[in-house]
Ligand binder design. Structure first.
Ligand SMILES: CC/C=C\C/C=C\C/C=C\CCC/C=C/C(=O)SCCNC(=O)CCNC(=O)[C@H](O)C(C)(C)COP(=O)(O)OP(=O)(O)OC[C@H]1O[C@@H](n2cnc3c(N)ncnc32)[C@H](O)[C@@H]1OP(=O)(O)O
Length: 311
């Protein structure tokens, strides 16, 4: 994997090299068994394939066609450039594997799903770095939101900002029912602004009014509140999270792939197309925004606040 990563990193860094249309066609992902038919238990027990890179552990159950992508980038699963690159490589592998029909995203770090974009990637870096970083953030969203597979976020910890975006981009969200865990697009609290495609994804999940209020206030919602506003679909005890996620995917996979995939594509196309059409402009917007001295000061103060809270 280490040898592959730099090449793919370069590909991801160039626009249009990994176009969404390079994925198998919606109807091309082979259903490995007829919907609803019971599977032989021996198959369920035996066919597991694991691959991993530094920050993402992937396990594919070839019997059920369900993969689990475990985020493992201590201390807080922040979405750094390296992390995003590895994430996209792993997801691309699964997307290109016709035997994989569903993915669960979860965390291997206790109490944290993902702390969002790595703030240090947005502080005092070169324009070239900002462009590469932002393209990787876009790529993650395009790939998850546009995935042909059934995607479920098993949110086993707090999930602010970019972490929330990852969960919002899935087909279904299940959160551990721990009132200490929070989730939301809290960018406003950092003095920054969630870009239009973060906002659009949020609106598509919770509706305009809830999204507007939550975004303006930079809310981090507790798990019960997230359920109430529709930001997550259900809460379960943490120990049941993975089983529940697999059960949900199995239920979604019981439908014919092509019908589900075309419906998903129809629901998401406008929002996806908007970023694809304005990708370079969006990168330039990000650069002009993030290089403002006032924004750099806000981010610096926020990082200091995190450190003080710790001390
Ligand atoms: C007109 C304009 C229009 C459009 C604008 C154009 C473009 C848009 C521009 C910008 C958009 C940017 C979008 C940004 C999205 C984001 O995701 S920003 C990140 C937001 N994340 C957060 O706010 C989370 C911050 N972290 C926490 O709240 C906590 O750390 C935690 C709840 C996740 C975990 O708490 P603890 O377990 O108590 O751990 P610590 O707080 O002690 O943290 C450990 C360690 O990790 C460092 N850290 C935490 N989060 C991050 C992070 N996101 N990035 C980098 N580093 C992080 C923290 O500082 C600690 O470090 P050390 O002190 O140990 O060195």
């Amino acid at each position: 994997m280490a040898a592959v990563a730099p090449t793919l990193a370069r590909r991801i860094a160039r626009p249009g090299m990994l176009p969404l249309c390079s994925r198998p066609q919606a109807w091309g992902r082979a259903a490995r068994q007829s919907p609803g038919l019971p599977r032989a238990p021996s198959l369920l027990l035996t066919q597991r394939r694991a691959f991993s890179n530094n920050k993402i552990l992937v396990e594919l159950d070839e019997g059920s066609g369900i993969a689990t992508m475990k985020l493992k980038s201590p201390p807080v699963n922040s979405l750094s450039l390296d992390f995003l690159t590895e994430f996209c490589i792993s997801l691309e592998k699964l997307e290109n594997n016709r035997g994989c029909r569903g993915v669960i995203f979860t965390s291997a770090i206790p109490k944290i799903f993902s702390s969002g974009l790595d703030i240090t990637e947005m502080c005092r870096k070169s324009t070239e770095h900002y462009a590469e970083f932002w393209r990787a953030v876009q790529e993650m969203w395009l790939r998850v939101y546009g995935s042909n597979m059934v995607t479920v976020a098993a949110i086993n910890g707090s999930s602010p900002a970019g972490g929330c975006l990852l969960a919002l981009s899935c087909d279904y969200r299940i959160m551990a029912e721990n009132p200490k865990f929070s989730i939301g697009l809290n960018e406003a609290q950092l003095g920054i602004v969630a870009p239009f495609w973060f906002k659009d994804t949020f609106v598509n999940v919770v509706g305009h009014r809830v999204a507007e209020r939550s975004l303006q206030l930079g809310c981090l919602h507790s798990a019960p509140e997230a359920l109430r506003i529709g930001l997550v679909d259900e809460l379960v005890p943490e120990e049941k999270l993975q089983d529940k996620a697999a059960a949900v995917i199995a239920q979604w996979l019981a439908l014919p792939d092509h019908a589900r995939q075309l419906t998903k594509s129809m629901m998401r196309k406008l929002v996806l197309d908007r970023l694809v059409a304005h990708r370079e402009e969006d990168i330039q917007n990000f650069i002009s925004f993030i290089t403002k001295e006032s924004i750099q000061k806000s981010l610096h103060m926020y990082m200091e606040m995190l450190k003080k809270k710790k001390g």
